[in-house]
Design a protein around this ligand. Sequence first.
Ligand SMILES: Cc1cc2nc3c(=O)[nH]c(=O)nc-3n(C[C@H](O)[C@H](O)[C@H](O)COP(=O)(O)OP(=O)(O)OC[C@H]3O[C@@H](n4cnc5c(N)ncnc54)[C@H](O)[C@@H]3O)c2cc1C
Length: 380
Amino acid sequence: MELRHSEEHEAVSRTLRDFVDREIKPNTLQWEREGEVPRQIFTKLADLGFLGIRLSPEYGGGGQDFWFTAILLQELMRAGSIGVVVAIMAHAEFATKVIERGGSHELKTKYVQAAAEGKLIGALGVSEPEAGTDVAGLQTRAVRDGDEYVINGSKLYISNGTIADYITTAVRTGDAGHRGISIIVVPADTKGLTRSRLQKIGTHSSDTAEIFFDDCRVPAENLVGEENKGFRLIMEGFEGERLVLSVMACSQARLMFEQARQWGHDRKAFGQSILGFQVWQHRLADVLTQIEAAETLTYRAIDEYVKGEPANSIISMAKLFATEMALDTARECAQIQGGLSHMEECLIGRLYRDSLALTIGAGTSETMRNIIAQSNELVA
Ligand SMILES: Cc1cc2nc3c(=O)[nH]c(=O)nc-3n(C[C@H](O)[C@H](O)[C@H](O)COP(=O)(O)OP(=O)(O)OC[C@H]3O[C@@H](n4cnc5c(N)ncnc54)[C@H](O)[C@@H]3O)c2cc1C
């Protein structure tokens, strides 16, 4: 199975490659230092029709399937910055797809369309200080008061948190547990909403925030879907998010492998190339084998997802295998570069620390194993 199936895929890939080479690649180090991706990148991607590539054409999107998102991810990842890709995906995929799937026509016109056009930037607010993996335990509360909801609580580790114009926010509207959760779109300029940027060890160009809601009043029509039915929307959204991280992990690993291979040919020790030592031929042979395996699994998961088949288990396998593989690959590729891998200027070094986020975001590796176990009669 190949990522590109058609001439159209090839054409999208070529256009994106050119865009990434011109607009993203030369700037990634600066954006890493600044801690965010400039807004123009969102609008430029929107102008090319790629920001909302998977969103509905009725609301300004490209109406394409996940194979196109995968091509978008693969080309964006060639710039060598996980942070940049997280920022774009947190907006287009995580924060906005949920509104598209569950929201009213008015909400979609207001937010999905503006998101596809790059006029508004979104963030998805699910995780909280006391509830990460345990989404059903979230405590941020929204209470209906006439035509409004009044929201109190906080969110943690929110990608795009300080740059977003709207936060697709998971809140508790009912009893404890997963049946009491709703999703409300909260405009970032709502009175009582404050946010602060977190200092991370990696993915620096993706801004990550803590967000506080202090008696925030939001119009009741900003509810996405029905009250207390938000948990399912979040879980369905996770499938796309996990595929995004799987493709990112595969692309990152391939990038690191290619750099390591080149380095192994160029760098000399004891009068020969590092790849003159059989130990390194074998280690990189293992790396490449793992990458091929992760890509094959990821593409199969995409295929089942695109066909509309039940794909939760295979997507969890892809996310688990690909993100753990990327971390292992990073360690191997850093080792072959020796001291250079510890320098800020070193792509493999930066990707190494960034890859730590991939086994955590959108569900940890332990969560993926739990899903695989539950889906395959492994729970006694
Ligand atoms: C860079 C980055 C960006 C992020 N962006 C967003 C975002 O945009 N929006 C958002 O809502 N969240 C975001 N997150 C948060 C992310 O989704 C959570 O960190 C993740 O779900 C884990 O939650 P937690 O950190 O609270 O860990 P916890 O849930 O406290 O888990 C701690 C450890 O315990 C393990 N564990 C928990 N439960 C079980 C179990 N049942 N069985 C076995 N092990 C278990 C976990 O696997 C983990 O290893 C982001 C995180 C990072 C690092």
